[in-house]
Ligand binder design. Sequence first.
Ligand code: ZN
Length: 264
Amino acid sequence: MTKIKEITDFLEEIAPLHYQESYDNAGLIFGDQNAEVTGVLISLDLTEEVLEEAIEINCNLVISHHPIIFRGIKKFTGYYVDRVVAKAIKNDIAIYAIHTNLDNVLDNGVNGKIAEKIGLEDLEVLNANLNLSDDGRVGSGVLGRLAKPLAYHSFMDHLKKSMELQVIKHTELLDGEVKRVAICGGSGSFLLNAAIGADADVFITADFKYHEYFDADRKIVIMDIGHYESERFTINLLHDLLNEKFRKFAPRCTKVNTNPVKFY
Ligand SMILES: [Zn+2]
């Protein structure tokens, strides 16, 4: 049998907890690390629907990218976060988050997975954190190169197809072709200057605010593809890593689309 700790130890070899940002809450949030795993369900977000799915298919460990709890909880009075946590406790389902620590690793990380989907080569960390690792393979964002440069419109067609997007919000297109591509899954506006500094032709990320789009300033093209859309393949990344390592059970990917943003 496999214990929860064996799984979390493995995940923390890939993405050590001390690689997470100071505001984050990655790691085991609820559960007995010595409990035996009946099954693992992987999701981007932890919602009541995901927990219901875990109960139905007998998984007592849910691994999500985003932590359900960011701040201290003082009261359980029916806010959606309280309801999810209470449901996990009642049903004895361990909850584990692998968040900015997984964002911050180049090998087997969130941004490397996006780069792989898009088919980028020569990957490097966009904003390396040398305090965490001297080899430059830990930090935020990724920079990569297209094997064959593409015109901007062709690149957007390719991006839509490879990331299964309905829509791309972007700034004014520039002359020339797309060769160098910067990526930050999720909210990445804090890396815009790093992407410009790295001479990227486009910056693929999410959650840009209206006024922040002006900061592209004809130096780069911002392509905002949506938070969920940019990170959803993290589920497959985690599935494949666990599936390869643990042969005694098959990890499951959630069937619930947890994207809170809908399009009409
Ligand atoms: Zn995210």
